[in-house]
Design a protein around this ligand. Structure first.
Ligand code: SF4
Length: 205
């Protein structure tokens, strides 16, 4: 049994959860959950990257292992026995992206072995991240639909500068009013729970 601390950061669309167990991941394979995931970046991520780390967006666009759809980019993992490895994951030090630069699954993920969602004292954060995910999906769908209606797509390399220019304009229009539930919660809170650790592949991801 081990006490695990979760720190919740309410940062609007860039909210995230820190888990203090990650530095001693029970999978013991130097990649944990990141060995099974390919991050997907959506319009709200692009808006943040353009304004805070445009060189990261450039790097993503220059990669060969990406899947580009009309308004999203998946950075595909590479095969590495056992399992895979995320492009952004280092053997030492884990994810090289700061939390704010990660996409939402990476920012919100907590291993299922840590049963925080069943614990009543975490309910306000469970509700917060659930509502935030719904809000983010709805926002990204709106932005994607608008770009599509203007015949703008990431698949068209030539029109990407205009795509990102319009994306920022639409993002700003759509986020003038932020939902109430975001302002109602603390900016940060740390809470702990005790859970049973299992090791290697017995630790479910
Ligand atoms: S982007 Fe970072 S957190 Fe997300 S899967 Fe890759 S290494 Fe893990």
């Amino acid at each position: 049994m081990k006490e695990v601390k979760l720190t919740f950061h309410n940062n609007g669309l860039r909210s995230y959860i820190d888990v203090d167990l990650c530095s001693q991941c029970p999978r013991q394979d130097d990649k944990g959950c990141c060995g099974y995931y390919s991050p997907v970046f959506y319009p709200s991520d692009f808006a943040y990257l353009i304004r805070h780390q445009p060189e990261l967006l450039e790097e993503i666009l220059s990669l060969s292992q990406i899947t580009v759809l009309d308004a999203s980019i998946t950075v595909n993992h590479t095969v590495e026995d056992p399992g895979y490895r995320c492009y952004f994951h280092n053997t030492e030090g884990g994810c090289r992206l700061p939390q704010l630069m990660r996409e939402s699954v990476c920012r919100h993920f907590v291993c299922p072995g840590i049963p925080w969602e069943q614990d009543e004292k975490f309910k306000h954060w469970k509700d917060f991240f659930s509502r935030l995910s719904d809000y983010e999906i709805e926002l990204n769908n709106k932005i994607s639909e608008q770009l599509k209606s203007e015949r703008l797509s990431l698949r068209n390399r030539e029109s990407r500068p205009l795509f990102f220019k319009r994306l920022l304009e639409i993002f700003d229009q759509e986020t003038v009013i932020i939902p109430d539930f975001i302002d109602k919660l603390n900016k940060e809170e740390s809470l702990s729970l005790v859970c049973e650790l299992k090791y290697g592949e017995d630790w479910i991801l």
